[in-house]
Design a protein around this ligand. Structure first.
Ligand SMILES: *[C@@H]1O[C@H](CO)[C@@H](O)[C@H](O)[C@H]1NC(C)=O
Ligand SMILES: *[C@@H]1O[C@H](CO)[C@@H](O)[C@H](O)[C@H]1NC(C)=O
Ligand SMILES: *[C@@H]1O[C@H](CO)[C@@H](O)[C@H](O)[C@H]1NC(C)=O
Ligand SMILES: *[C@@H]1O[C@H](CO)[C@@H](O)[C@H](O)[C@H]1NC(C)=O
Length: 518
C-alpha cells in the first residue's frame, strides 16, 4: 500500500511556494486597502493592442503578484516576480501573453475582449504590510463597417413608413444618423429608437428622399455605413399642359407639352376628344383646321405607384367669321298681322348669334321668339313698335361680324284705328245698364216704403222690370237693418275683333248694393 503522495506537481511547485510565503507573511497582518490604483495604458484598448498595467507604487518590493480579478485566489494568479532572485513564476491564469517587468508593471499583449475586467497587483515588501492595487482594463472590438437594413427602400409617399436599422448591434456603441451628409433635421416624421440604432420615417414624403448614413462610434473606433438611398415614390402630380393658349386659327400648329412631377418618371399619353392619340410628353399637330377643335387630354401614369392623373385642355380652332346676312320672310306688313321671320345666314358652325334692332341689342318682347340656335327671329303678330332696321351679328372667340340692316315697315291697320263698333256698342250698353241699376234701386226703396205702410202687400213680389234686366229685391225679415238687393243684367255679346288681344268683354255682372234701413 502506497502512502498518499503529497508531492505537488512540478509545474506549480514554485508558484505555490511563493504563495505560501506570501500567505505566511499576510496571515498576521490586518486587511489591506488599495490606496493607489493601477492605470492601464491605454485606458480603453482595441482588440489586439498591447496594454501596460503600470505599477504606480514606489514601495520597495520583494515580490510582485498579479491576479486576474479583484482578489488573491491562487487559481487567479497570473505571474509572480521575485525581485531578489529576478525570477518570474507563471500562475494558472497566465495565458502566455503577459509579461512582467522588474518594476512590477504588467504588459498584456494582443488583448482580447476576454481580457476585459479587473486586475490586482499584490506587492510584498520586506517590512510592513503587503500592498494591494487594483485596476480595470477595457478591451473593445474595433467597430466593423456598419450597414443599413430597411424594410422598404421604395416607400410610397403619404402611404408607407420606413424603418432603417443600423447593423450590427455592438456593445458600447453609439449610433448616429446622417441624411445627405447632414445630421438629422428637425422633422416630426423622423423617430429614433432609445439606442439610436433604429430610425423610423413615419408616412414618408418626397422630402425624406435621400442618402441615409449610419455612423457608429465606441471608445476605440468609429465607422460609417455606405449611404442607403431612400427612394420615395410619389405622384404623378396633376399634369400641366403648356402653352396655356386655348384659341387657335386654321393653319396654326398645336404644340403642347405635358409635365407632371412623378417618381419614377411618369408615362405620358394624349387623348383628343377621348380618343387615344399617342404616348409622348409632347403633342404636335401642324396646320390645324377647325376640325382640330376639341378636348386635348394629357394622361400621366406612374408605373410604380400605379396612379393616374389627367388634365384636359379645350382647344377651339376658329376661322375669322364672314359677314352674315338676313333673309326676311317679308319686310312690309300690316299691324297686328304676322308672322315675320328673319333668318341670319352664315356658313359658320361654332359661332354665337345675336340680334340688333335700331342699332341696339334686341330686347325680346312677348310677340318675338328666337330659334334655339338664335338663327331665326319670329315676330307674330307685328306691332307698330317692331318697325325699324334689324341686324344679326355672328361671333366666335376670335372675330365678330354684323350683317347689313333689313328694314321692317309696319303699316297701320285703318279698321283698327280708334274705337271699334263693338266697343262703342259696349259703352252704350254699359251706360244703359247703370241707368237701369239706379232705377232698380229707387224702385226697391219705394217697395219697402209701401210694404211698411200696407202689411198685406207681398214684399218679395216680382215687379216688372226693364227690358233685358232681371231684378230681385230680397227683404226676408222686416227687423233686418240691412237689405241686399241683387240686380243682374246682361249686355249683348260684343263683336270680336280679329286682332284684339284684350280679354273678352264682361257678359254678366252681379252688383251687391248695401241699403241702410232708415
Ligand atoms: C516599468 O518598466 C516598463 C518597461 O521597461 C516601462 O515601460 C515603464 O514605464 C516602467 N515604469 C512603470 C511605472 O511602469
Ligand atoms: C416598416 O416598419 C415600420 C415599423 O415597424 C412599419 O410601421 C412600416 O409599416 C413598415 N413598412 C413597410 C413598407 O413594411
Ligand atoms: C441619440 O441621439 C441623440 C441625438 O440625435 C442624442 O442626444 C442621444 O444622446 C443619443 N442617444 C444614445 C443612447 O446614443
Ligand atoms: C394646310 O392645310 C390646308 C388644307 O387643309 C392646305 O391647303 C395647305 O396647303 C396646308 N399647308 C401646309 C403648309 O401644309
Amino acid at each position: 500500500m502506497e502512502p498518499p503522495s503529497v508531492t505537488p506537481s512540478r509545474g506549480h511547485s514554485s508558484w505555490q511556494g511563493a504563495l505560501l510565503t506570501v500567505s505566511l507573511l499576510l496571515s498576521w497582518g490586518p486587511p489591506t486597502t488599495a490606496q493607489l490604483s493601477i492605470e492601464p495604458v491605454p485606458r480603453a484598448a482595441a482588440e489586439g493592442q498591447d496594454v501596460l498595467l503600470r505599477n504606480p507604487s514606489r514601495a520597495e518590493a520583494i515580490f510582485y503578484n498579479w491576479y486576474k480579478g479583484d482578489n488573491t485566489d491562487a487559481k487567479d494568479g497570473i505571474v509572480t516576480y521575485d525581485v531578489t532572485s529576478k525570477t518570474t513564476t507563471e500562475g494558472p491564469a497566465h495565458t502566455g501573453r503577459e509579461k512582467i517587468y522588474p518594476n512590477g508593471s504588467l504588459l498584456l499583449q494582443h488583448v482580447t475582449l476576454a481580457d476585459t475586467g479587473a486586475y490586482l497587483l499584490q506587492i510584498i515588501k520586506r517590512t510592513g504590510f503587503p500592498e494591494k492595487l487594483t485596476g480595470q482594463i477595457h478591451v473593445f472590438r474595433k467597430l466593423p463597417k456598419p450597414s443599413i437594413k430597411s424594410n422598404s427602400s421604395n416607400p410610397v409617399e403619404d402611404q408607407d413608413s420606413v424603418t432603417l436599422l443600423c447593423e450590427p448591434e455592438t456593445q458600447s456603441t453609439t449610433y448616429q444618423w446622417w441624411i445627405n451628409n447632414q445630421s438629422l433635421p428637425e422633422n416630426s416624421r423622423l423617430e429614433l429608437s432609445m439606442d439610436n440604432r433604429t430610425l423610423t420615417i413615419h408616412t414618408v414624403t418626397r422630402d425624406e428622399s435621400g442618402y441615409y448614413e449610419c455612423r457608429t462610434r465606441n471608445p476605440v473606433s468609429s465607422n460609417y455605413s455606405d449611404p442607403f438611398y431612400v427612394n420615395v415614390l410619389y405622384g404623378p402630380d396633376t399634369p400641366t399642359i403648356s402653352p396655356s393658349a386655348e384659341h387657335y386659327s386654321p393653319g396654326d400648329s398645336i404644340n403642347l407639352t405635358c409635365q407632371a412631377g412623378s417618381n419614377p418618371s411618369a408615362q405620358y399619353s394624349w387623348f383628343i376628344n377621348e380618343t387615344y392619340r399617342q404616348s409622348t410628353q409632347q403633342l404636335l399637330i401642324p396646320n390645324i383646321t377647325v376640325d382640330d377643335s376639341g378636348s386635348y387630354a394629357c394622361r400621366v401614369h406612374n408605373p410604380a405607384t400605379n396612379f393616374n392623373r389627367t388634365t384636359i385642355k379645350n382647344i377651339t380652332v376658329s376661322e375669322f367669321v364672314a359677314k352674315p346676312s338676313i333673309q326676311p320672310s317679308n319686310t312690309t306688313v300690316s299691324e297686328h298681322t304676322g308672322p315675320v321671320v328673319f333668318t341670319c345666314l352664315t356658313q359658320h358652325n361654332r359661332i354665337s348669334i345675336s340680334w340688333f334692332h335700331k342699332g341696339k341689342r334686341l330686347q325680346l318682347t312677348e310677340t318675338m321668339e328666337l330659334s334655339q340656335d338664335n338663327r331665326s327671329l319670329t315676330i307674330n303678330p307685328v306691332r307698330m313698335e317692331d318697325a325699324g332696321n334689324y341686324q344679326c351679328e355672328v361671333s366666335n372667340q376670335i372675330s365678330t361680324q354684323k350683317s347689313d340692316s333689313v328694314i321692317l315697315t309696319v303699316e297701320a291697320n285703318e279698321s283698327n284705328s280708334g274705337l271699334s263698333a263693338g266697343a262703342i256698342a259696349g259703352i252704350v250698353i254699359g251706360v244703359l245698364a247703370c241707368m237701369c241699376l239706379v232705377a232698380a234701386l229707387v224702385y226697391c226703396l219705394w217697395v219697402r216704403k209701401t210694404g211698411r205702410a200696407s202689411d198685406q202687400h207681398d214684399p218679395t213680389e216680382q215687379k216688372p222690370s226693364a227690358a233685358n234686366h232681371n231684378q230681385e229685391c230680397s227683404l226676408p225679415n222686416m227687423a233686418n237693418d240691412v237689405a241686399y238687393c241683387t240686380v243682374n243684367f246682361s249686355s249683348p255679346q260684343e263683336p270680336k275683333t280679329p286682332t284684339s288681344d284684350s280679354p273678352p268683354p264682361v257678359v254678366t255682372e252681379a252688383i251687391y248694393t248695401e241699403v241702410k234701413k232708415k
